[in-house]
Design a protein around this ligand. Sequence first.
Ligand SMILES: *Cc1c(COP(=O)(O)O)cnc(C)c1O
Length: 368
Amino acid sequence: MTPADVAPEYIRGLPPYVPGKPSSEVRREQGVDSITKLASNENPLGASPKAIAAVSAVMQGMAIYPDPTGYDLKMALCNRYGVQPEQIVLGNGSSELLDLCARAFLVNGSEAVYSQYSFIAYPVAVKCVGATGVSVPAMDYGHDLDRMAAAITERTRLVFVANPNNPTGTLLTEAQIRGFMTQVPQHVLVILDEAYTEYLPPEKRMDSMALQHEFPNMVVLRTFSKAYGLAGVRVGFAVAHPSVADLLNRTRLVFNVNALAQAAAVAALGDDEFVARTYETNRAGQQQLTAAFERMGLPYVPSYANFVLVDFSGANLPAGEINKQLLSRGIIVRPVAPYGLAQHLRMTVGLPEENDILISALEEILKK
Ligand SMILES: *Cc1c(COP(=O)(O)O)cnc(C)c1O
């Protein structure tokens, strides 16, 4: 008998997370020098120069523990979003906040509802605490909110909604979310995960903070990993009712967001020019990619984020083989078989030249 043999069954049953392959690994395995990584929805422009400068400035102080309350970042967020500091929880990326929600609100025996083809971190967070995940069949690759509302039972404590959704890129409207919230019992916490919200065109944006204020059983999650380009330093935040935020703050580790991340986030939040450039680069890149997919006769899911989910079920090769051939050319995209989408690949929108590399490779591979 080993410690691993007596770990809780729900822990031993966890599926291993398959992250996007790091460039170094592909370089080593494929023996190629030049890598095009379009696998993890990172910002192809890098990070805001203001964030980089801010991190350089605080690096000298890395012997000192970070501010456990994240005062400066919370103040910056309050100014930006018109919320109160008591409503904010800072996280080591918003994926930590998903985890904190599961730890604070679920026990073995309770249930959490999420959609098929939604973010894979949801079932993992739920299973880690021994609770039961209820996956509701998707509608047109997105959330079927009526079915999700109907899946809520007296054991339900959490509902996860990703908007835009990863890995499909679908979007729910404010009216749909509002309609859903009116169907959810007031003691069930709805997690509105808006990791890609900065990529929405202005006419599709919604005032989620006002929505959160209207529905105290909603928590809004945002991240600095995507449009702000800070995936490597790990920082995200939650906006919730103070009573919910208080519980989440009690479950987190005191120093969960490091000093470099806090400084980077404050600076990035103030760099509107960088976020605007990111938005424009993505919009143009989306058009470049989808025009090419249409030329090649490849169906794709119209996306509101910085990636596109492409359907290869009608292609001459299985998606797994196409992925292999892309890797052999040093191009990393994301297989989504763990999501139950074995014949799709998710492709992050890159710089124009990166998108061209991907398009040419696909044209070559699909012609054979
Ligand atoms: C990327 C992503 C996140 C956040 O990731 P962090 O780097 O942990 O902030 C959260 N939700 C979804 C749907 C994502 O795609």
